[in-house]
Design a protein. Structure first.
Length: 202
């Protein structure tokens, strides 16, 4: 089924600490079963970021996967990416969606953070170098997925060994960085995708 929910099963977030060759890592991730990629490059100048996203977009054209840009709806539109992912301190998701006409995801850590967007990312539930800070109780994920009708993915410290804990509580997919891009990207993706498919009906 070609729905947004099915495209969020395995969502890779780039992190240069674990990636030496971005193009190769993206291809290996997609070949291994990743269904969405978020380009998260906070240190790049605007022009560099645009060129990078455009390059990744070209790579992804032969895959049935979505491309998101972290924080930057302008870069998402200019590059032809599918959407943008916003943090809780970023632009209002509803206004971004109305203005730019792209898919919008939002990170939430409290019920008060809910907005009219296309999907939500919730976490961290496990210790994470990418998302440091206090951990959320997994019960919050269950509460959130019971309250909203849009897809919810879990993020932060997720591995192929603990993913089932968030998938059992209603997450429709997992967002991963280190557990995907550190080491053998293709094999990591295959392991993660297998776990997700065991728990998520799509």
């Amino acid at each position: 089924m070609n729905t947004l929910r099915s495209k969020l099963l395995l969502y890779g977030i780039t992190d240069r600490r674990y990636i030496r060759d971005l193009r190769r890592a993206i291809r290996e991730a997609l070949d291994g079963g990743v269904t969405a990629i978020q380009i998260r490059e906070k240190e790049l100048a605007d022009g560099e970021l645009l060129r990078e996203v455009e390059e990744v977009k070209r790579i992804m054209e032969r895959y049935d996967a979505l491309l998101f840009v972290n924080d930057r709806p302008d870069i998402a539109v200019l590059s032809g990416a599918d959407g943008v992912h916003l943090g809780k301190e970023d632009l209002p998701g509803k206004r971004v969606k109305e203005t730019f006409g792209i898919l919008v995801g939002k990170t939430v850590k409290r019920m008060e953070d809910l907005e009219e967007v296309d999907y939500l990312a919730c976490g961290p539930f496990f210790p994470s170098s990418t998302k440091p800070g206090s951990l959320l109780p997994i019960s919050f994920l269950q509460e959130l997925t019971g309250k909203v009708t849009i897809p919810v993915i879990a993020v932060g410290g997720i591995t192929h060994e603990n993913a089932y804990l968030v998938l059992e509580k209603g997450a429709c997919g997992i967002a991963v960085s280190r557990s995907l891009f550190e080491g053998d990207v293709y094999e990591n993706a295959k392991k993660l995708r297998k776990v997700v498919e065991e728990y998520v009906a799509h």
